[in-house]
Design a protein around this ligand. Structure first.
Ligand code: ZN
Length: 365
């Protein structure tokens, strides 16, 4: 018999101004809250978060996040959590503050609220945290037992953030179905170490179709700080659908190639989702998908302002040696590229990147 696992946050709340109802949703989870976010984020929404929690009877302590999800920072936040006798931690903002809240809760117990202020990745709904050194070097990727008790995403806040974040979230979510599908076909395991479920596969697919049906108009709306029904659809695709899809559905070549690309300093200005977009198109090339599909996906990416050439992620004229470094890292033994239903070598990946770039440059003209 084959074991299959599907896991998820206990609740997901999305909508315009839902931030102001946070206290009501969090009420059953505790009465003493530690609020964690960086200075910019706390300036932006800190007061609304506190007002709402206070109205629900919470005792609050707010901590300014130092910017890095490191063991030292997790230790500092843990101490504040204990001093305040907190039974709830609210991680607000980008991925690193939320990851730090997640890692803290793992050690302190109590409840976790994940409150993303951007829709730039699919991490907020997950049980995964990326731990860095104090200098920002990658240390480890940790999959915890527990998910957030509550994910709250305010679409008006998301629509008012820079559009590049929103686009990047589309790039991250664009990979989800192709990766889950590859992992399912090969019988590979997901982040939970078991086979995937049909549920996760359909969720991943819905992320993709939602982006294709609403992505362009949603980006147009966010450019103008507007919340339309398309924006609601794409925020859900970027955050909930992609989040459940990647964890319970499985990863494959796209994220492995992203990880390979991070080896080159020149790509560091590009966001996670921008590099994942190149990884996704490279996965399709690697899988030998028909031209029509590769061009269709690349064309969609370009239409929402995502990169389709290497130059657009900082690799102006990469040497074959540079691409080999990326390819070697993407094919490391424990990488998810080996979840593809065929054997993948570094030479295949290097040439897939050359192929992506050629398609992207042609489409640009
Ligand atoms: Zn991702």
């Amino acid at each position: 018999m084959t074991t299959r696992i599907f896991r998820s946050p206990a609740a997901y709340i999305q909508g315009r101004n839902v931030l102001d109802d946070l206290g009501d949703y969090a009420d059953p989870l505790g009465d003493a809250a530690l609020v964690l976010g960086d200075e910019v984020v706390l300036d932006l929404v800190g007061e609304r978060v506190e007002t709402s929690l206070e109205a629900a009877g919470f005792d609050i302590d707010s901590v300014v996040f130092n910017g890095e999800c490191s063991e030292k920072e997790i230790g500092r936040i843990r101490e504040r959590h204990t001093e305040h006798d907190a039974n709830l931690i609210v991680g607000i903002g980008g991925g690193k503050a939320i990851d730090t809240a997640r890692a803290t809760r793992e050690r302190t117990g109590g409840a976790l609220v994940s409150l993303p202020t951007v829709a730039s990745t699919d991490a907020p709904t997950s049980s995964v945290a990326v731990i860095y050194s104090e200098d920002g070097e990658f240390v480890e990727f940790h999959v915890y037992e527990r998910h957030p008790d509550l994910v709250v995403i305010d679409t008006e806040v998301v629509a008012n953030a820079p559009t590049r974040f929103f686009r990047s979230g589309i790039g991250d979510a664009l990979a989800t179905w192709f990766e889950a599908d590859a992992a399912f076909r090969s019988g590979a395991t997901t982040l939970f170490g078991t086979r995937s479920t049909r549920t996760a596969q359909e969720i991943a697919k819905l992320a993709y179709t939602t982006l294709r049906e609403h992505g362009r108009s949603a980006v147009d709306a966010v450019e103008n700080n507007a919340v339309t029904e398309s924006v609601e659809a794409v925020v859900e695709a970027n955050t909930l659908l992609s989040g459940l899809g990647f964890e319970s559905g499985g990863l494959a070549a796209a994220h492995a190639i992203h990880n390979g690309l991070t080896q080159l300093e020149a790509t560091h200005e590009a966001t996670h989702g921008e590099k994942v977009t190149i990884g996704t198109i490279a996965q399709l090339v690697l899988e030998g998908r028909e031209d029509a599909l590769v061009e269709d996906v690349a064309g969609f990416a370009a239409s929402v302002g995502l990169p389709t050439t290497l130059a657009e992620i900082g690799l102006e004229d990469p040497s074959i040696e540079d691409l080999a470094i990326v390819a070697e890292a993407a094919c490391a033994e424990d990488e998810t590229i080996h979840n593809e239903p065929f054997e993948v070598t570094a030479d295949d990946v290097r040439d897939a990147l050359v192929g992506v770039d050629a398609v992207g440059r042609r489409l640009d003209h």
